[in-house]
Design a protein around this ligand. Structure first.
Ligand SMILES: O=P(O)(O)OC[C@H]1O[C@H](O[C@H]2O[C@H](CO)[C@@H](O)[C@H](O)[C@H]2O)[C@H](O)[C@@H](O)[C@@H]1O
Length: 362
C-alpha cells in the first residue's frame, strides 16, 4: 500500500522549489525561494531543464527543506520588500485606520504560538513566551475572546501560555477546548472538538516508528503533537536532510491516510481529514455565537504556512483580517504584517489601550 499524499506533495515541492531556486540564481536581486511559492507554479509553465533537474525527488525535498525557514536579512531594504509592505502594511503603522472598522463590533483574537508569541528557537521544548507577552495576552483576553491556535498539542501549548481564560486549539486546530475560567459571557466554554479522534492510535504507532527510524540522524527530533507529528530538522546537518526525508517517507508509505507537509524547519505529519486552522476558527466563531453575525471582527495573527488556512477563511468571509508575522516578503492571504513577536506584543498592547479609551469615552 502506498501513500499518494506523499508522492503528490513530493513532486510539487520538488518542481516549485527548483524553479524558485533557479529564478534566484538567474536574478540575484530576487529573494531566495519562499516556501509560500510552492502553490504558485503550474507544472506546464516550467522550462524542461528544471523538470529534468528535479527528476531525483530528493533534490526538491532538500530545496524545500532549505527554504522552510528562510533568513533573508540582506535583502531587507530592497524594492521587493517595499512593494510587499505596500501590499501588506504594518498593522502597527495603520493601527488607527484598521481599528476604526472595529468600533461597534466584537473583536475576537486568534493567535498562533511559535514564531508569533514566542521567538523561533533551536530547541522546540524551550520556546518560552516572555512574561511581558503573557501579560499582553492576558490583558487582551480581559476585553476580547481570545484563542491560541497552534500546531503543538493542546497540553503543551497550554503549558507555555498558562492562561486559563483562553480558548486553545492544538494539533493545528484538531483539538479545541474552551476556557477553564470564564471572562466572556457569550459562547460555550466547555467546547471540545476533536475531528481526528479516530486517528489517535495511528498517530501513536507512527510516532514510535518515526522515533525508531530517525534515531540514527544526529539532531533529528520527533515531537508528538497528539493528532499530528513534527519531525524537526533545525538541528540536523544539511547533508543528512535527504536521508531524513527518505526515512520519514519510508514510514508514511504504509499510511495513506496521513499526509506530509512542511513548516519552519519541520516536516509535519497529519491526518488527511478536511480540517485545518481555518476550520478551527470557523468552529470557534460559531461556538462563540458569531457564526452569522455581522458584528464580529476576527483578527488572526500567525507566521507559518498553516496559518494561511485561517487567513484565507477571514478573506472569504469578508470579515476581519489576517496579520502575517514575517521579516521577509512571503506570498500570503493575510492583509497586514508585523515583523516579529515583539511587534505582536506591541499590537496586543495597543489593542488594550484602544479598547480602554473607547470604554472611557462611553
Ligand atoms: O502553529 P504553531 O504554534 O506555530 O506551531 C508550529 C510548530 O511550531 C514548533 O516548531 C517551530 O518552533 C520551534 C521552536 O521555536 C522551532 O525549533 C522549529 O524549528 C519550528 O518549526 C513546534 O515544535 C511544532 O511542533 C509545531 O508544529
Amino acid at each position: 500500500m502506498t501513500n499518494p499524499n506523499v508522492a503528490v506533495s513530493d513532486t510539487q515541492s520538488a518542481i516549485a522549489m527548483a524553479i524558485t531556486a533557479a529564478a534566484a540564481v538567474n536574478n540575484s536581486s530576487l529573494f531566495s525561494p519562499s516556501p509560500y511559492n510552492i502553490t504558485l507554479f503550474s507544472r506546464n509553465k516550467f522550462p524542461k531543464s528544471i523538470e529534468a533537474a528535479t527528476a531525483g525527488k530528493n533534490i526538491g525535498w532538500v530545496d524545500a527543506m532549505r527554504a522552510s525557514s528562510p533568513t533573508r536579512s540582506s535583502s531587507e531594504n530592497n524594492q521587493e520588500k517595499k512593494d510587499w509592505i505596500m501590499k501588506h502594511p504594518s498593522a502597527l503603522g495603520v493601527f488607527e485606520e484598521i481599528m476604526s472598522a472595529a468600533k461597534m463590533k466584537q473583536v475576537v483574537i486568534f493567535l498562533d504560538y511559535d514564531g508569533t508569541l514566542s521567538p523561533i528557537v533551536e530547541n522546540p521544548d524551550q520556546a518560552y513566551m516572555a512574561p511581558e507577552m503573557r501579560e499582553a495576552v492576558k490583558n487582551v483576553a480581559k476585553y476580547f475572546p481570545t484563542a491560541i491556535v497552534s500546531g503543538r498539542c493542546r497540553a503543551k501549548v497550554y503549558n507555555f501560555v498558562r492562561l486559563s481564560e483562553l480558548y486553545y486549539a492544538g494539533s493545528h486546530g484538531m483539538d479545541i477546548k474552551g476556557p477553564s475560567s470564564r471572562k466572556h459571557k457569550k459562547g460555550n466554554q466547555n467546547v471540545l472538538c476533536q475531528p481526528a479522534k479516530e486517528f489517535l492510535p495511528m498517530m501513536t504507532e507512527v510516532y514510535e516508528l518515526l522515533l525508531e527510524k530517525t534515531k540514527g540522524i544526529i539532531g533529528a527530533n520527533v515531537e508528538n503533537n497528539k493528532f499530528c507529528l513534527s519531525v524537526h530538522f533545525r538541528r540536523v546537518e544539511e547533508e543528512s536532510w535527504n536521508d531524513l526525508a527518505d526515512r520519514v517517507k519510508s514510514v508514511l508509505k504504509d499510511y495513506p491516510k496521513l499526509r506530509l507537509t512542511q513548516g519552519r524547519k519541520v516536516l509535519e505529519i497529519r491526518p488527511t481529514i478536511k480540517w485545518d486552522k481555518g476550520k478551527a476558527i470557523e468552529f470557534l466563531l460559531e461556538s462563540l455565537g458569531y457564526a452569522n453575525s455581522k458584528d464580529v471582527l476576527p483578527v488572526y495573527i500567525g507566521d507559518d504556512r498553516t496559518d494561511e488556512d485561517a487567513f484565507k477563511v477571514l478573506r472569504e468571509r469578508g470579515q476581519g483580517f489576517g496579520i502575517l508575522v514575517s521579516k521577509v516578503p512571503k506570498e500570503t492571504e493575510a492583509v497586514y504584517s508585523l515583523q516579529e513577536p515583539f511587534e505582536v506584543m506591541n499590537f496586543l498592547q495597543r489593542l488594550v489601550t484602544w479598547k480602554r479609551s473607547i470604554m472611557r469615552s462611553h
